[in-house]
Design a binder for this molecule. Sequence first.
Ligand SMILES: [Zn+2]
Length: 191
Amino acid sequence: MGIHPLINFRAPVMFEEAAVRELCCLARRGYEAKFKKETFGFLFGTLSRDNHITIRRCLYYRGGEKSRTGVTFKDWSTITRLVRRRQELARRLRMRFLGNFHSHVEIAGEVFRGLSQEDRESFLYDPRAIIETIVFVWGGPFKANRSISGAIVGFEPKTSYNYRIRVYAKRRNGIRQVRAKVIPSGVVVIY
Ligand SMILES: [Zn+2]
């Protein structure tokens, strides 16, 4: 089966800062859960007339079986429920559903840095998902290299957790990572 690039949007994908914080917070909760868990949810925002995507909200979804290595939806009725739920949320928020997100958590010092086969398949066969977003979370000293990767990078001094957010799109030549950026809010909060 071929890939359907429904929308040829332009990179970078822009994230509101609040959405980035929410993604990191959800990834952290899963990371701190017993035996660790991946998180999962939906991305909402806008697609402008000139094909730019802005992510404004990230909402956690309770459905699905979450483990430290994946999130699974066991049958068609759970998938139907998921699709119905995100449509309902999009209507309520008056935003567009843009894709799903999940996390990859560090296990025994390693974090899986790409898309798994399951990740690729679920993204490919979800025609409404324009993008797929993964938040990688691991502990340890902060080393940033955002300029190379096109990812959004975060660090939490209190916990020493590192976060990296990567966005993937369906392109003609397959699933590709696309650049992601945070919209500068103009306000720096001092704690
Ligand atoms: Zn994954």
